[in-house]
Write a protein that binds this ligand. Structure first.
Ligand code: SF4
Ligand code: SF4
Length: 473
């Protein structure tokens, strides 16, 4: 197999030989101060790095250069994303699954997990509960099961979610994380108005991938790896990629992730909208000791920092799998979206989970409520943002990337963050969160550089206080 980033064949754009030789190259250059320093300088103009260049930075063992790298990641984060953090919540529809993924409790051989699939009424209840928390953006999750969770069920569920308007609530963007499927099904998802299509590769290492997915349709490495190509062919232009760190050697998957991003850029002219960085977590019927490739917090922080440098315009997502402390550490290194107040069981938002309920996909490390997380972010001077404007304004795919690369999106992000935070404060926040949030808005409104936008934003903030909702730039 020959390495070709523009090829539509999985084993050509995620090429094993190229990854192995990149690992060797990075190891051989781990003390090459001159090269490392030149790569850090090159990355300063926010044009990103290749997978080979990024691999060298990840491998670097020179303390001083590593510090420069972390500083640059923070600088890029601040320049492109400011102190805004976009909030979302996962919504689990069904944990029926025909696959045999060895790291996930939903695998079909697991007989002691409760299987649940939400009805449309139950989905409406979950959505009302999520709206009552203040969420506007969801990531929809479901196992793969053509009988229990066919595409029509997913489509109907998305329509239900968008149709619920409880009090001042609304879900304005539904991102979808479902199994790899056909172009035709991706087209249906596009038509029903999804935001980002998210699919994690889990690992890019083919042999390990096949061992970790011994049964079910997910066993097919090429079909899974080429899923984003089919999604883009169907017109979905915001896609989110990710690996489950801890399943394979992290160097291999880190390089695979960047090669995947390069492939989408080469084949479709637009890279991934987001990259997620989950790490493996304990769960029912899963022994984490089996996963000896688990990565520690220091390596995890470095992965986040180097990704921020290598793909500056791709949003980065971290979930409640991580502890408060880890989340704090990686926020300023490059994370732009976090989940909050999450529940990873089916139907868990509306009903406090019964003791014996074991339908969760994995254990959470951050169990704080959304209000507590918003409060925590505000106390660190971050702006929690509930913005969903781009997708609703048709700013997706290459249109979005052009605006981002021209530095123009910041004119929208800051006022939108402040206005959606204001909505949250008016409708859902505790007293203390409200005080902190109002103080932050008063301070941050002056940082909107465009005078006209600033004055309109002030006017909208007043109208939000008077009960109007849903303004956006
Ligand atoms: Fe099913 Fe996804 Fe779990 Fe695999 S990871 S068993 S596909 S729910
Ligand atoms: Fe995201 Fe667009 Fe909102 Fe900025 S304006 S936070 S890029 S949706």
């Amino acid at each position: 197999m020959r390495y070709n980033p523009a090829s539509k064949k999985a084993e050509e754009f995620i090429n094993n030989e190229e990854i192995l030789s990149t690992i060797e190259y990075a190891k051989a250059n781990k003390d090459n101060k001159e090269l490392i320093s030149s790569l850090i300088n090159k990355a300063k103009d926010c044009k990103g790095l290749t997978h080979r260049e990024a691999a060298v930075l990840l491998e670097c063992e020179i303390e001083e250069e590593n510090e420069k790298m972390f500083a640059l990641a923070k600088e890029i984060k601040q320049k492109l994303y400011g102190n805004r953090i976009v909030m979302f919540a996962p919504l689990y529809l069904s944990n029926y699954c025909v696959n045999g993924c060895v790291y996930c409790p939903y695998h079909h051989q697991n007989k002691h997990i409760s299987r649940k699939k939400l009805t449309q009424d139950e989905i409406a209840r979950e959505v009302r509960a999520l709206q009552d928390m203040g969420h506007k953006r969801l990531a929809l999750e479901t196992g793969e099961d053509p009988i229990n969770n066919p595409i029509d069920y997913v489509l109907e569920s998305i329509n239900t979610i968008y149709s619920i308007h409880h009090k001042n609530g609304a879900i304005r963007r539904v991102n979808v994380n479902i199994a790899a499927t056909t172009v035709e099904n991706y087209r249906k998802l596009k038509e029903v108005g999804i935001g980002t299509y998210i699919l994690f590769q889990e690992t890019y290492h083919k042999e390990n991938y096949e061992m970790l997915h011994p049964t079910g349709p997910k066993h097919d490495y090429a079909y899974h790896t080429e899923a984003m190509d089919r999604a883009m062919e169907a017109g979905i232009d915001d896609v989110g990629i990710g690996v489950l760190f801890g399943l394979n050697l992290y160097r291999y998957d880190f390089i695979g992730l960047l090669m995947h991003a390069e492939h989408l850029e080469a084949a479709f002219g637009v890279g991934p909208h987001t990259i997620s960085v989950p790490r493996i977590r304990p769960a029912d019927d899963i022994d984490p000791d089996n996963f000896t490739n688990a990565i520690n917090d220091d390596i995890f922080a470095k992965i986040v920092a180097v990704l921020r440098i290598a793909v500056p315009y791709t949003g980065m997502i971290i979930s409640t799998r991580e502890t408060e402390e880890t989340r704090r550490r990686v926020l300023d290194l490059g994370i732009s979206q976090i989940s909050g107040g999450s529940c990873t069981s089916v139907g868990g938002y509306a009903e406090k989970e019964a003791e014996e309920d074991n339908s969760a996909q994995f254990e959470l490390n951050d169990t704080r409520t959304l209000d507590q997380i918003v409060n925590w972010l505000l106390a660190m001077d971050y702006i929690p943002s509930f913005c969903t404007a781009c997708y609703r304004e048709g700013r997706t795919g290459d249109r979005f990337m052009t605006l981002v690369k021209a530095g123009q999106i910041a004119n929208c992000c800051l006022p939108n963050a402040l206005m959606t935070l204001k909505e949250y404060l008016e409708d859902y926040a505790s007293e203390d969160t409200k005080l902190k949030g109002e103080a932050l808005i008063s301070k941050e409104i002056n940082n909107i550089t465009n005078e006209k936008v600033r004055s309109i934003a002030k006017e909208y903030l007043g109208e939000l206080h008077n009960g109007k909702r849903d303004f956006r730039f």
